[in-house]
Every structure is written in C-alpha cells, then in structure tokens.
Design a protein around this ligand. Structure first.
Ligand SMILES: Cc1ncc(COP(=O)(O)O)c(C=O)c1O
Length: 376
C-alpha cells in the first residue's frame, strides 16, 4: 500500500498509540475527579496544554482549549464571535475549509453580515481588496494558513497586521490545521488558531483552539471545563496522543519541510518521465506537503478509485467534498477544473522516496490507462 493522502488523515504512530493506550487502560481518570487517578489525568492535560502552547510560542499570549478537532474550533470562532458581537460583520477567505463555509452560511441565514474575500487566480489574497471589505463594524476576519486542497500558503501574519492597522478592534482567526507541525508561522498577533490531531499522526476527534487571553469566546458546549470555553469531560487519551505527536514533530518542522521538498521533486520527476499532458498547480507560495495535479481529459474520482484498486491512495479534492459529490468550490474559485484535479499528499514521516516514485509511476500509468480506455 502507498498512502499519499496524509492531508485527509494520518496513521497513528506506534509511540502515539502506546501513549493513547496507556491513558485508555491504565491512567484513565477523569481530570475533574479529586482522587489520585483524576489528579494524574489532570496533570497530563495541563502538561499537554503547555507543550502545545510552547510549540507555537503562544505560552504568554494565548489559552489552549482542547476540542474535538478542527471543525469544532472553526465553528466556535465564527459562531462565538457572531454571538458576542451580534451587530458586527465577519469576513472569511474565499477557499476556506467546509467547516468555516458552513458556519458562515448558517450565520448568513440568521441574518448576519458575512463577506467573502475571493482568492486571486495566483492563489494570493489582494490585501487592498480585503481592506475595502473592512470597516469599523468588522469584528472578525478568518483566513486559513494552508489550504487543504491546493497547499496555497497565505501570509496571514502580514494580512492580520494590515487588517488591524485599518480596524484595531477587529479579531483575526486562522485555520492552522494543515500547517501545524509542518510550516512555521508567527501566530502571536492572531487571536484564534485552530489545529487538529489527526493530521499529525494522532487520533481523530481531538484538536485545540488557541484563544488570545482576555477574549471571552462563547462556548458551543455548556460546562465548566476548559476555562468555561468548552464543556465536556476531556478526551484524555486523545489529548495524550496529540501531546506525544507534537513532542515527536516539534523540532523537526524545518527538517521535514526540506525532506518533503525532496519527495516532491522525486514525484514530479517521475511523473514527467512517464506522463504527458499534465500540470502541477504551484501557486506563488505553497506547502510542499500538498501537490495538485491536473491531467487533461480525466475524471478524477474514477482515477482515485482505479488507484485504490492498485493500493495507491490519493484524493480527488478534499475528503469532505469528495463524499458530498459536489465539485470542489476551492478549485472552481481558482478558475480550474475540479474534474481533472488530483490531490497528492507527501509526508516524510510515512513516505519514503521509493514509495513516492512508485506512487507517481502508478498514477501516470493509471491516467494513461484511463485515457486509452475512455478518450482514444
Ligand atoms: C484546513 C482544514 N481545516 C479544518 C479541518 C477539519 O478538521 P477536523 O477533521 O479535525 O474536524 C480540516 C480537515 O480536513 C482541514 O483540512
């Protein structure tokens, strides 16, 4: 099996799974209990908070709130800010994750003022156009750091700075799910940051939302845990897994980035030697972990299934939109054809160069097979 779909989710690493198992079967206390088992669980949760905050250099500025993952964090930020400031407006990026778009649509239906800053065809946000959407009533701008379908990196540090120069009371959120432990970012001036564990070799159903200290963001789930920002008994085992993954990856961000660039080169070279009529989507600034491939005449969903039969796993777009059977709004927004788009994920934690070369050759052969069957 060759798994080139780490953007959708990742395997849980053995060391991480061992840690999860320990907190499921041995140290399984409820952090709210006052006995020894509870105290130990609570210690783990507090330590995990510290590790995560430090990994992003946010220990002095933000709180770490454990959530069920990226979608929850994203939803809480949009709906929470809309609740706190009911008469103000929100601006979201044009190619945000489905969770942001859906939360924004819900708010729009409720009558809130939601605006979208479309992304230029080169994958950039035109700051002047964005600033034209910002006025004194804008209370939140939400723009992701790394797009999950194309790998586009947004310079959110610069964008947030400009937004706050124009309206100092405007809050800024970034969905950092595809950047966490992969791309360095300076997030100290960003008010809300979302991450998810299952993109970094930890279990599904756990994540974190970093909230700038002093912002009383309304909770989606009632309860007293997590500073009152997120109720419900902690997913201690999941949090232990997330902590372990961060400990494994945090000092390897640059090294893994370089390795991913090499994997990307190996993939592209192999493809170029074995296939014609294709294009790699490379925006101005991109994450090497995500490679967008356009092949003329194909139906990407069919190619994904043909490859699956051969044990090579890639994606036709984002995992969520593939199942919904809707064309990727992100790819459409960039003026590209979603039917001909394949998303290949490269990750040196699990992919060797040999894997990547074999994967690329199999993808090339499968596209040729498809073309012979259906086009010529
Ligand atoms: C950019 C981005 N944001 C948010 C999410 C949602 O995260 P989760 O699956 O933890 O809800 C994903 C997952 O695909 C993602 O890629």
């Amino acid at each position: 099996m060759i798994y080139l779909d780490s953007t959708a989710t990742t395997v849980v690493l053995k060391e991480v799974a061992d840690e999860v198992y320990k907190y499921l079967t041995k140290d399984y206390g409820n952090p709210s209990s006052s006995h020894k088992l509870g105290i130990e669980a609570n210690k783990l949760v507090e330590k995990a908070r510290e590790v995560l905050l430090k990994s992003l250099k946010l220990e002095n500025t933000h709180l770490c709130v454990f959530t069920s993952g990226g979608s929850e964090g994203n939803t809480q930020v949009l709906k929470g800010v809309a609740k706190l400031f009911p008469d103000k407006s929100i601006v979201i990026g044009g190619i945000e994750h489905n969770s942001i778009r859906t939360a924004a649509t819900d708010l729009l239906i409720e009558g809130k003022n939601i605006k979208t800053i479309e992304v230029e065809k080169d994958g950039k946000i035109d700051i002047e156009k964005l600033l034209n959407l910002i006025d004194k009533d804008t209370k939140l701008v939400s723009i992701m750091k790394v797009n999950n379908e194309t790998g586009i990196i947004f310079n959110i540090e610069e964008i947030a700075k400009k937004v706050k120069e124009k309206n100092p009371s405007c809050l800024f959120h970034t969905d950092f799910v595809q950047g966490f432990m992969k791309i360095k970012a300076d997030l100290k001036h960003i008010d809300f940051v979302t991450i998810s564990a299952h993109k970094i070799f930890a279990p599904k159903g756990v994540g974190a939302l970093f909230v700038k200290k002093g912002i009383n963001l309304p909770s989606l789930i009632a309860g007293s845990q997590e500073y009152g920002l997120r109720g419900g008994t902690h997913n201690v085992a999941g949090i232990a897994g997330l902590k372990k993954s961060v400990e494994i990856l945090k000092d390897k961000v640059d090294e893994n980035f370089e390795k991913t660039l090499n994997l990307r080169k190996a993939f592209k070279d192999t493809l170029a030697n074995n296939l014609e009529d294709f294009e790699i989507f490379e925006p101005v600034d991109f994450s090497p972990y995500i490679l967008g491939l356009f092949a003329k005449g194909i139906e990407s969903e069919v190619i994904v299934r043909m490859l699956s039969e051969k044990g090579v796993f890639i994606s036709a777009g984002s995992a969520c939109s593939a199942k919904d059977k809707v064309k990727s709004k992100t790819i459409l927004a960039l003026g590209l054809n979603p039917d001909e788009y394949l998303r290949i994920s490269l990750n040196p934690v699990v992919n060797s160069e040999e894997d990547v070369k074999t994967g690329a050759k199999t993808i090339a052969d499968t596209i040729k097979e498809y073309r012979e069957l259906f086009i010529s």
